[in-house]
Design a protein around this ligand. Structure first.
Ligand code: CUA
Length: 314
């Protein structure tokens, strides 16, 4: 649909969202007509002084009551199911999505690809490929909004949020911060460049970052001293991290937790909160010693050793 007051519909979810949106508009227009057309008609029909029958009409009131209860129940339940389906699809990124990290701060967006390429207030992505964004904030709540893709997600300090999209059309689209975050909130915006796959590959290569996210994380892992405890030969015995990502981890309180981005983040910032079964709470907290970007690098590293070492660590 190319309505001039509307942004382009340039992602898989945009089309579905628009269909629902225009249906809701049309539905609301029907309801308004249903009320206002008879209202205006009766205004004239029963105007004071007008000669017309004012006897009480004999209507099947029970049938009318049942009809105007049951029909709307089905209509609104159907609308709920329709919207919920779109919502759930928008919430769950496909497994093979390209992963890009986004850090919001007053007042700019810093984006980084897993190959290491960095961008500020710009995002380059390939067309027809699902892209998952992991969003973090260095200060206050921001919100990452790409109108042409019909997605918007709050970026909240102290945790990761995610959103995903699959662009369907080449072009340049605007993105914005849509949560008021201070003086230059309105300048916290940029462009998404949707490129053909070869153009995207060329862009990645042209930018030629000197290290991937995982490599940056590996260096940090050594600099911060994580490797002093978390590799097999270390004097202090700490859980091994290879093959960890995505696994269920047994905790000392008898529960299990999935080793996802959130768990890794919490374990670095609040290591005493969830202790792995059989280990002592010896690890110091890294809160205040590590930036959101560095956290994302460390997690990229832990993910990468997860993939390489899965075979040896069942
Ligand atoms: Cu960031 Cu508004």
């Amino acid at each position: 649909m190319n309505f001039p007051i509307f942004p382009a519909a340039a992602s898989t979810t945009a089309v579905a969202t628009d269909r629902l949106y225009f249906f809701l508009l049309a539905f609301s227009a029907c309801i308004i007509a249903l009320i206002f057309v008879p209202l205006i008609f009766f205004l004239f029909k029963y105007r004071r002084g007008k000669v017309t029958s004012r006897d009480e009409p004999h209507l099947p009131t029970m049938k009318i009551e049942i009809a105007w209860t049951v029909i709307p129940v089905f209509l609104v339940t159907g609308m709920f199911a329709w919207a919920a389906e779109i919502f759930f699809e928008e919430e769950v990124p496909p497994a093979n999505a390209l992963e890009i990290n986004v850090v919001g701060k007053q007042w700019m967006w810093k984006l980084q690809h897993s190959e290491g390429n960095r961008e500020i207030n710009e995002l380059h992505v390939p067309v027809n490929r699902a892209v998952k964004l992991t969003l973090a904030s260095e200060d206050v709540i921001h919100s990452f909004f790409i109108p042409a893709f019909r997605i918007k997600q709050d970026v909240v300090p102290g945790r990761f949020t995610t959103e995903w999209f699959q662009p369907t059309r080449l072009g340049v689209y605007r993105f914005y911060c849509s949560e008021y975050c201070g003086a230059d909130h309105s300048k916290m915006a940029g462009n998404v460049f949707v490129l053909s796959p070869p153009a995207y590959a060329a862009w990645l290569a042209h930018d030629s970052p000197h290290e991937t996210l995982a490599r940056a994380g590996e260096n940090l892992f050594r600099e911060l001293g994580c490797s002093g405890c978390h590799v097999g030969s270390a004097a202090i015995h700490a859980p091994s991290l290879s093959g960890l990502y995505g696994k269920l981890v047994p905790l000392s309180d008898g529960t299990f937790v999935r080793a996802d981005d959130k768990y890794l983040r919490d374990s670095i910032l609040q290591p005493a909160a969830q202790i792995v079964a059989g280990y002592q709470p010896l690890m110091p907290t890294y809160t205040g010693h590590i930036s959101e970007e560095e956290l994302l690098h460390l997690i990229a590293y832990i993910k990468s050793i997860g993939q390489d070492a899965t075979a040896q660590n069942p």
